[in-house]
Design a protein around this ligand. Structure first.
Ligand SMILES: Cc1cc2nc3c(=O)[nH]c(=O)nc-3n(C[C@H](O)[C@H](O)[C@H](O)COP(=O)(O)OP(=O)(O)OC[C@H]3O[C@@H](n4cnc5c(N)ncnc54)[C@H](O)[C@@H]3O)c2cc1C
Length: 403
């Protein structure tokens, strides 16, 4: 029999994350939605607590920094490790607020890139940094193999030139993990990632974007002009292995896509919980013991949304669990991201609809969650791109064969 309960050893972490979300994130959620680009200083205390937990040896699981893919042979038996811990606690934190979770110091997506691709020496050297991730460029979004930012080796340094846009935490972070090509003529295999410390001459934050949702999270455009970084800041191997293609750089996504799925799961759960309360207050009862089609239209819609939410959540758990157990999970990571991104947006907007004017007004957070959830179906690969990846994997086709 399949046991679908949360693993016992992670229940305390999950419950703590829920408490933090309720007591530390929810109370400041609206404040920083309104004060776009203001740094939520209340997060410093929370980040220090998370650092303390990580230093004590327990996995913090609060952000992208926790996830990793171990090179070692998986040990016998089943592991419920950092990836599962991260998705479970991120979902709870995003029940509190997605934008604030994305603003947590030292928990950026660049941290996940470092954890996924860096060697042991680099892991140690970059420990404790807050790292953002810069892939997207003015002419390149979904087609990340086409990036134009270049990295040229000159003595003991790489010289980086190019422009990156929509970098989450790009202004607040300590370092940016920048994707750049060593040689465009060699195609995607020549794309490598480089850790560029903030303050490095030649790197400049040009502007912050105004956005529909996750407004407490800063999103920066960054220009690199003859920006010199030590050669040992290239993550992973500097060799251009055309037989391996894009695999090294893409490995990060197998770890981060389940995290974005978790964000969507958490935000959608928040909408479902509040909507159930509001419906009950309006006299609509949701009965789990009777078929949906014999209940009111609102109750039937609610039950359908919850079933969709549950299936997305199970895909998220599966993808993270596979990463913990050393199983290739590219297919499952994309399935989880596609399903959770789509369902998350559908649910949060349907909750606004079900609650009518209360859903649309700023007196409740439902309208905010509908705005916040949309990005989760866009960044780290859009809905359409996830479906493309799933189709390629299922049909056994390459990216050249199915575009
Ligand atoms: C708030 C925010 C934060 C972000 N944070 C980061 C970050 O930290 N780091 C970073 O590098 N980037 C970040 N991004 C960028 C994000 O990853 C890109 O927006 C995303 O990859 C889509 O790229 P694009 O916007 O250029 O859209 P495009 O790639 O131009 O796509 C436009 C539309 O066409 C569809 N489409 C594209 N190709 C295909 C295809 N082959 N088949 C079918 N449909 C297709 C897409 O699904 C989409 O609907 C962020 C974006 C936002 C809005």
């Amino acid at each position: 029999m399949i046991n679908l309960d949360d693993p016992k050893k992670l229940v305390q972490l999950r419950d703590q994350a829920h408490q933090v979300a309720m007591n530390m994130l929810r109370p400041i959620s609206r404040k920083y939605d309104a004060a776009e680009h203001a740094y939520p200083k209340e997060l410093d205390l929370l980040a220090a607590m998370i650092d303390g937990i990580a230093e004590s040896g327990a996995s913090s699981g609060a952000g992208a920094a926790g996830v990793r893919r171990d090179d070692e042979e998986p040990k016998p038996g089943v592991r419920n490790g950092t990836n599962l811990a991260s998705v479970m606690s991120i979902a709870e934190m995003c029940w509190g607020d997605v934008g604030l979770l994305l603003s947590l110091p030292r928990q950026g997506l660049g941290n996940s890139a470092i954890a996924s691709v860096a060697d042991a020496e680099q892991q140690e050297r970059f420990a404790g940094l807050w790292a953002s991730m810069a892939i997207t460029e003015p002419g390149t979004g979904s087609d990340s193999a086409n990036i134009r930012t270049t990295a040229r080796l000159d003595g003991d340094e790489y010289v980086i030139n190019g422009e990156k846009i929509y970098v989450t935490s790009g202004e607040r972070c300590d370092a940016v993990v920048v994707w750049a090509t060593l040689d465009r003529s060699l195609g995607r295999a020549a794309i490598k990632s480089f850790v560029v410390m903030k303050g490095t001459p030649g790197m400049e934050v040009e502007r912050l974007e105004h956005k529909l949702g996750i407004r407490s999270s800063d999103t920066a455009a960054i220009r690199f002009v003859d920006c010199r970084v030590p050669r040992e800041n290239l993550l992973g191997s500097p060799e251009v292995d055309t037989s391996q293609g894009f695999a090294g750089a893409m490995a990060t996504f197998d770890n981060t896509r389940p995290l974005v799925a978790a964000m969507a799961i958490g935000c959608a759960r928040a909408s479902l919980d509040l909507t159930r309360d509001l419906l009950e207050r309006a006299g609509v009862t949701i009965d789990y013991d009777r078929p949906a089609q014999v209940q009111s239209a609102a109750a039937a819609t609610y039950l359908r949304m919850e079933a969709d939410w549950e299936s997305a959540r199970l895909l998220m758990l599966q993808a993270a669990w596979m990463a913990d157990n050393g199983k290739p999970n590219s297919l499952e990571a994309s399935m989880a991201k596609a399903k959770a991104g789509r369902v998350g947006s559908d649910i949060t907007l349907s909750c606004v609809e079900l609650c009518g004017s209360i859903g649309y007004g700023e007196g409740e957070l439902l309208e905010k969650w509908a705005r916040d959830s949309k990005i989760l179906d866009i960044f780290e690969g859009t809905q359409q791109i996830q479906q493309l990846i799933v189709a390629r994997r299922v049909l056994g086709l390459t990216s050249a064969e199915l575009k």
